[in-house]
Design a protein around this ligand. Structure first.
Ligand SMILES: Cc1cc2nc3c(=O)[nH]c(=O)nc-3n(C[C@H](O)[C@H](O)[C@H](O)COP(=O)(O)O)c2cc1C
Length: 154
């Protein structure tokens, strides 16, 4: 049986994809984008990570839409991650709420959640040279790696 899977939707600056790839190295996980994997296949993994950039205080729509199509599971292990313009424990908890609710309703057991800053040139910010230049940086990716290592202890 395949063990670990990460599903990521990342387009703005591929920030979340960088995080996903670092976690995948640690977890020896397959990385797929929504649309590249069926609900039946997703259910065959032991642990599934779900990640995307944040838009309007939620994960990107294609990831939320994929989550809605997931088959019901019994305590399948999952984790949630994101990159956003601004981060913090409370903001992460809020930004992850929509996805968390869907996953819990499907029967997933969410082990932990991770967020870090991502380079952002949305809207007028691009005229100011963007914000969070260089993020996720080496420190962010190190934190992502540690997060992934810890998952096996949960
Ligand atoms: C259309 C759009 C809306 C965004 N809305 C938010 C938001 O509500 N909150 C936030 O923290 N960041 C917001 N951002 C910033 C992105 O979440 C951030 O740059 C993220 O790292 C992009 O991830 P990606 O490169 O993986 O797509 C937004 C960016 C875009 C392009």
């Amino acid at each position: 049986m395949n063990k670990n899977l990460i599903i990521v939707y990342s387009y703005h600056h591929h920030n979340t994809e960088k995080v996903a790839l670092r976690m995948a190295e640690t977890l020896e996980a397959k990385v797929k984008h929504p649309g590249e994997i069926s609900p039946e296949e997703i259910r065959s993994f032991e642990m599934v990570g779900f990640g995307a950039g944040i838009d309007s205080a939620k994960h990107y729509k294609p990831l939320l839409e994929l989550a809605e199509t997931l088959l019901p599971v019994e305590n399948q292990k999952a984790f949630i991650f994101s990159t956003g313009a601004i981060v913090g424990e409370k903001k992460m908890a809020r930004d992850h709420t929509a996805l968390r609710k869907i996953l819990l309703a499907k029967g997933y057991r969410i082990l932990d959640e991770f967020a870090c800053r991502g380079y952002n040139t949305n809207s007028f910010i691009k005229y100011l040279g963007g914000m969070n230049n260089g993020h996720p940086n080496a420190e962010d990716l190190q934190a992502a790696e540690l997060f992934a290592q810890n998952l096996s202890k949960l």
